[in-house]
Design a protein around this ligand. Structure first.
Ligand SMILES: Cc1cc2nc3c(=O)[nH]c(=O)nc-3n(C[C@H](O)[C@H](O)[C@H](O)COP(=O)(O)OP(=O)(O)OC[C@H]3O[C@@H](n4cnc5c(N)ncnc54)[C@H](O)[C@@H]3O)c2cc1C
Length: 450
């Protein structure tokens, strides 16, 4: 298919999810002068924190630079998991956490998955939530063995209800011979990310939380001489606001107002395409059990059927930086047809991009930096995790947490000389593509053609 023919005549460079709900200006136009807690960033983390604070009667205001939900939280793939991605780094390695520490982290991730279910149920969020599980495809036989090694701990510590599926039975899960078998995780689900976000937004509004759109925070000033309830002054493009506590929930969009936090996060772009509606038989055959799919190369992909099961929503790191849809869509289409050759003629109706934040220890974090609370570092998988860290931060502020979260125990690590400008990403992406191709060629030489 030529690059031009690949795009449907109705193609839009926007998230497919925005057909159902798109970020819109909030109803609250004026910035309150004072609040107990000011939250910077209206994504899952910021809203989940705001909702929990409001439920405990703590006055809260959310400040958003653009439109609420305009960050990653209405742009993602909608795959929700407990622990499988915890500790997975952008270099393809894994966190060094082991033993009790690892068990605590996986336990937290399992709790995060439970929190999403609780929020959807309690707040009656209609977001096409389906607990259909996930299949993680092994890119090489060595990756299959790595998954096997992780299986017991995922089941014991993250209650993942996971099992290995050898390559000979792979077609039970996916109409593709691309992988060398993989892992089926029963405790995983999928949702409509924009409708989940809308549900959190509606819940915040029901609890009276002002969510101020187009109010980029430009300056954060600590005021030690003021009373504690006015300890912080935030300068925004809409005026100033004072607060007793501040939560930074800016993840892959963390900027210069918090330079120390910015210097510990690597923002990486992730890209997605949606196909046109497919013929019924084809659509039904691709992922017969309705699971979400992810895989194990360094330049990974993730995909699923749309909530109406008619289209493929296919994501991956077509590039590590934000690029035009005209660049990312053909690359993702090629990745998709590598896995499903029968989608060769499926045209693309939507293509979009968003930022995720990676950390140098491959773990999400919450904590305090110079008095500011933060919940940051989704490492590419944050529907459950960032909802959870926002909720945990709120409970900490409310004094309701019995013990520190597992994600609060270590400092957000930095890297010598890195100050938050990821100039090296294009080169790194090229190096990873090369290494993946090498691994794959070696695997094919050793273990037969996939
Ligand atoms: C393409 C893509 C696919 C993904 N797929 C999945 C998936 O399938 N499953 C999964 O679990 N996760 C996935 N993720 C990750 C997930 O979307 C994120 O982890 C999650 O949305 C992060 O939520 P957040 O609230 O921390 O940040 P965001 O939703 O990114 O919100 C941060 C907000 O902070 C605001 N902000 C920044 N600076 C300021 C400032 N100075 N003043 C005011 N506001 C500011 C930004 O405008 C932004 O709206 C994906 C992400 C992307 C981009």
């Amino acid at each position: 298919m030529t690059s031009r023919a690949l795009f449907h005549p109705d193609f839009q460079p926007l998230p497919y999810w925005w057909e159902a709900w798109r970020p819109e200006p909030g109803q609250v136009e004026d910035l309150p002068r004072r609040t107990r807690v000011a939250i910077i960033g209206a994504g899952y983390a910021g809203l989940s924190a705001a909702l929990e604070l409001a439920r405990t009667g703590i006055e809260t205001v959310v400040l958003e630079a653009g439109l609420p939900g305009g960050g990653a939280s209405t742009r993602n793939g909608g795959a929700v998991s407990g622990g499988v991605n915890v500790g997975k780094s952008f270099t393809g390695g894994r966190s060094r956490a082991s033993g009790e520490r690892r068990a605590a982290l996986l336990g937290g991730a399992a709790e995060a998955f439970g929190l999403v279910e609780t929020l959807i149920g309690r707040e009656a969020i209609a977001c096409c939530w389906e607990k259909r599980g996930r299949f993680v495809g092994a890119f090489t036989p060595a990756h299959y063995r790595d998954l096997e090694v992780r299986l017991a701990s995922l089941n014991a510590d993250a209650a993942a209800d996971a099992r290995m599926l050898p390559r000979s039975r792979q077609r039970e899960e996916i109409a593709s011979d691309y992988y060398y078998g993989g892992m089926v995780i029963a405790r995983a689900g999928k949702l409509h990310p924009a409708l989940y976000f809308k549900g959190l937004l509606d819940a915040c509004r029901r609890h009276g939380v002002p969510i101020v759109a187009e109010a980029a925070v430009r300056r954060i000033r600590h005021q030690p001489v003021m009373p504690a309830d006015r300890a912080w002054q935030l300068g925004t493009v809409r005026g100033t606001i004072e607060a007793a506590e501040v939560v930074v929930a800016t993840n892959g969009y963390t900027g210069d107002i918090t330079p120390k936090l910015k210097a510990r996060l690597v923002p990486i772009a992730s890209h997605i395409i949606a196909t046109e509606e497919l013929p019924d038989d084809l659509a039904r055959s691709l992922i017969p059990n309705g699971r979400t799919i992810s895989d194990t190369p360094r330049v990974l992909t993730y995909y699923r059927m749309s909530p109406d099961a008619r289209r493929v929503i296919f994501g991956g790191r077509a590039r590590f930086t934000a690029v035009d849809a005209m660049v990312s869509a053909p690359i993702l289409h090629r990745f998709m047809t590598d896995r499903f050759p029968e989608l060769r003629d499926a045209r693309v109706t939507h293509a979009w991009t968003g930022n995720v934040a990676f950390t140098f220890d491959a773990l999400p974090h919450m904590g305090q930096e110079e008095g500011l609370h933060y919940c940051l570092g989704c490492n590419g998988s944050g529907i459950a995790m960032m909802s959870y860290l926002g909720w945990q931060t709120a409970r900490k502020i409310a004094g309701a947490a019995n013990c520190p979260s597992a994600f609060e125990q270590d400092e957000l690590p930095g890297f010598p000389v890195y100050r938050g400008d990821p100039w090296f990403l294009p080169a790194l992406g090229g190096w990873f593509r090369f290494r993946d191709a090498l691994d794959r060629r070696r695997a094919q030489a050793e273990g037969g053609k996939a």
